[in-house]
Every structure is written in structure tokens, then in C-alpha cells.
Design a protein around this ligand. Structure first.
Ligand code: DON
Length: 311
């Protein structure tokens, strides 16, 4: 059975191998240095077994796939009422780094940068100045939570973190815009630092598959048996991933693949079949929305072939 499924994943990857179009993210200079040919696929099923093929052990930075996790952590720490008052749940139809808010001056959802930066800020004391020790403590909490979802200790890619910190003017602009609207209540530089760090955590497609299966499982990691998030939080995260996870490509994704998902400019995609499985794909060449070209293609093939579309 195991080699049968591994062989099947290999065949799907072969079908998608030819689609070497797109471009690596280069607005974070360190991301431009990755091997554009990297390609990995993993699937974690409800008993915790992980099937994988290709570069499934290659480490890459989680980038925006961190957003549903930090949103989940913020919901758990601060509660639904506080987070919903601060961050909307509507698809934006805009690029991930758009500088925009809704009519209530909230970020439109937690999957775009504005909402993700605000979600990270909710893990800090709501004070105008925050010490670097406090950011360290919040980051330790983030690492602990992401690691519990993945079932192993995740580490920081220092070079990508330094690279994004040195070039992150647009995200700083978003944070300061949120301050000017009264939406961000803490030190914007501390919030941005925490956000840059969470984006620079390293994962493999095996990790993404386990993280996905943990959320699919209502918050219980299928490998460790540990509950890491509440059922209601898992349900909310899956809902927002379905409508907003692929940014302005979300409609096309939901129509063709039919799974809650989140992409990252590191080249990863996390896709989830609620109640069933988690899928992690890695291929760093991106389309115009910032989504992995071969990652999207692979998920389309998998969904069609295995009948994973939810609707
Ligand atoms: O905020 C940024 O620019 C990055 N650290 C993350 C962006 C990202 O992954 C967008 N998703 N595809």
C-alpha cells in the first residue's frame, strides 16, 4: 500500500514536472537564491502516516503559510470577539500585499499581509513600545505552536529573516497604515519583526502535510495525539483558507481544486481535505498571484484524480 501511494504521488509529479513556468520571488533577495527546480509532495492521512515523493525533505521558508497558524494562535489567545473586531473574514480580491482596509478600517482578512501583521501584533502586549525580549518571548510561543502542529521542532532561516528585515519597506508601510487607522494597537516595528520571523521558519512538505492533517483533524495532531488547537478555531481557519487563502486567485482555486489552502512565496502550498488529510507541495516558481505554479497544478491533478473537491 505504502509503495503504491508513493508511486502514485511520483506519477502525479511527473505529469506536472514539465510546467517549469513562473518566477522565484525576488523581492526578498535571499528567496531568489533557491533552486528553481525543487519539487516535493507529501500527504498525511488521518492515522498520521505521511506519504511523500521528490524533495519532500528539502527545507524552505513557510512564508505566508504561517498566516493561518498565527491567526489560529491569536484566536486561541485573545478569543473570537477580540480578533473579529480587529480583522475581517471577507476575500479581498486584491494582491497579498495590498495596502487596504475594509469600511470598518480593519484588514479585510487574516490571509493578506495587513491581516496577518495585525494577527501577529495580537500576540504582543497592546502597548506603544515593546521590548525586544518581549518579541523574543512571543516568537518562542509562535515556534512552540507551529512545532506542535508539525510534530517536530521548527527552526528559523536566519538569512531569509535578515533579507526580509532589510528589504521589508512595504510591510512596514502596511503596519504604519494600520497604526494610523487605529487598528494596530502595539509597537508596529515589534509586530513587523514578529511577522518577519514567523515567515522565516523552515518547513518541509512533510511538515506541511502534518500541519494540514492536524487542522483537518479538528486540531489534534495525528502523529502525536496532542490537541494543539480548539475545534472551533480549526473550523474558522479552514473557512478563511477556503475563501481567502489563495488571494486574488482564490475563486479559480476553489472552483478547480475545491480545498481550503494557503500558499507562500517560498514556493509551498498547504491544502487540506477537512476530516481526511493534509497535503504539502513545494516548487518555488510562482505565478502572478504569488502561488507556486507547479504546486497549484499538482493540487489540481490530485483533486481531480482522487475526487478531493469538497463540493
Ligand atoms: O510578507 C511577505 O512579503 C512575505 N514574508 C510573505 C508573503 C507571501 O508568502 C505571500 N504568499 N504567497
Amino acid at each position: 500500500m505504502i509503495s503504491l501511494v508513493d508511486g502514485y504521488l511520483g506519477r502525479i509529479m511527473l505529469d506536472c514536472q514539465a510546467h517549469l513556468t513562473g518566477a522565484v520571488a525576488d523581492y526578498i533577495p535571499e528567496l531568489a537564491a533557491v533552486d528553481p527546480g525543487g519539487f516535493g509532495l507529501s500527504m498525511c492521512v488521518h492515522d498520521g502516516h505521511v506519504y511523500s515523493h521528490g524533495d519532500s525533505a528539502a527545507a524552505f521558508t513557510i512564508q505566508s503559510i504561517s498566516k493561518p497558524l498565527t491567526y489560529a494562535l491569536a484566536l486561541g489567545r485573545r478569543g473570537f470577539a477580540t480578533i473579529d473586531a480587529a480583522i475581517g473574514v471577507e476575500p479581498s480580491g486584491e494582491a497579498f500585499n495590498e495596502i487596504s482596509v475594509d469600511q470598518r478600517r480593519r484588514p479585510k482578512n487574516p490571509m493578506i499581509n495587513a491581516g496577518a501583521i495585525l494577527a501577529a501584533s495580537m500576540l504582543l502586549p497592546q502597548e506603544p513600545t515593546v521590548s525586544s525580549d518581549t518579541v523574543d518571548a512571543a516568537f518562542a510561543d509562535v515556534v512552540e505552536f507551529y512545532s506542535a502542529c508539525a510534530g517536530r521542532r521548527l527552526g528559523l532561516d536566519e538569512r531569509v529573516y535578515a533579507s526580509e528585515s532589510a528589504t521589508g519597506a512595504r510591510n512596514r508601510a502596511i503596519a504604519y497604515m494600520l497604526v494610523s487607522f487605529g487598528a494596530l494597537q502595539t509597537d508596529p516595528d515589534a509586530a513587523i519583526d514578529l511577522y518577519f520571523r514567523q515567515c522565516s521558519l523552515q518547513v518541509t512538505t512533510d511538515d506541511l502535510a502534518v500541519i494540514g492533517c492536524t487542522i483537518a483533524n479538528g486540531g489534534v495532531n495525528p502523529r502525536t495525539g496532542r490537541r494543539v488547537l480548539d475545534q472551533a478555531v480549526a473550523q474558522r481557519v479552514l473557512s478563511v483558507m477556503t475563501t481567502c487563502g489563495m488571494y486574488d486567485g482564490a475563486g479559480d482555486w476553489v472552483t478547480r481544486v475545491g480545498l481550503p489552502a494557503k500558499s507562500g512565496v517560498g514556493g509551498g502550498i498547504l491544502a487540506i481535505l477537512p476530516g481526511q488529510l493534509g497535503i504539502g507541495v513545494y516548487s518555488p516558481l510562482l505565478d502572478e498571484h504569488g502561488n507556486s505554479v507547479r504546486g497549484v497544478d499538482t493540487c489540481r491533478h490530485l483533486s481531480t484524480d482522487l475526487g478531493l473537491h469538497m463540493f
